[in-house]
Design a protein around this ligand. Sequence first.
Ligand SMILES: Nc1ncnc2c1ncn2[C@@H]1O[C@H](COP(=O)(O)OP(=O)(O)OP(=O)(O)O)[C@@H](O)[C@H]1O
Ligand SMILES: [Mg+2]
Length: 272
Amino acid sequence: MFDGISEQANDLVSLAQSHSISSSKTKIITITSGKGGVGKSTLTSNIAYLLAKQGKKVAIFDADMGLANLQVLFDIKPKFSFYDYLDGNCEIEDILSDTGVLNISLIAGKSGYQYASTRANMLFSNLVSKIVALDRFDILLIDTGAGLSSSVQEFLELTDNIVALTTTDPSALTDVYALLKMISLKKQRLFLCFNYTEKYETGEIITQSLRKLALKNELNRKFMVQYIGNVSEQRGIAISGRLRKLFTKELEKEQPTKQLQLVVNNLLELID
Ligand SMILES: Nc1ncnc2c1ncn2[C@@H]1O[C@H](COP(=O)(O)OP(=O)(O)OP(=O)(O)O)[C@@H](O)[C@H]1O
Ligand SMILES: [Mg+2]
């Protein structure tokens, strides 16, 4: 009986959340990957920069549980992480950290912190709804950890704007297909972006193969995989990261920045 009641309560919370999410100007984009280390945090922070450069107010949620990479990339030491808010130690305003980059705020995580998973159920989505309800940001980018953990799945539930990032590496493609399969159970579409990929057409061809595989395996027939672009491998990207700088700023005129700008343009056209 209690299970029934708590299920109903969950439904009500979801309903309230979807209302606050749909009535706010803030659009959520979640960046995820099957395999780790494919460049999620690097591309998320640089997508934020390109969006901010065109005047959008952006927040990035560091949702890689137990690791807090984005504050390292922005070279800042936030006073509060979102766990402090969840633990009742600060106000929601306190977790919107200034990154030092105009128009970009960071909702920081905390390294080496394990949030009890039973307590965490729905807490992250509640928190995201509250940030969205502030109506202060045009875009909220969520950088998830790799893989298909329950917390990653909770973040994927929140939006239809999900970007799966992959490389052309066979193991990354196997993992991105597993992700695609899981997402197709609940969503009608997925955006696919290729990192470490020189040619735009390569990503397009592989996307087509993944679509064929999905058809062959009879995944959700309405499910669409939309290719949104590629970013080449370039040593300068890794170097910028090591120096805690944004490559789109440091390598403004170079190919990877132009490629990522195209990804951003496609996203702005496609997201809802
Ligand atoms: N296109 C690229 N060319 C060269 N180096 C890259 C490129 N993209 C990312 N890197 C480098 O690859 C490394 C991993 O990137 P990043 O940390 O962004 O991956 P991630 O997907 O967020 O990893 P994790 O799954 O651990 O969160 C970093 O050192 C980054 O600088
Ligand atoms: Mg990362």
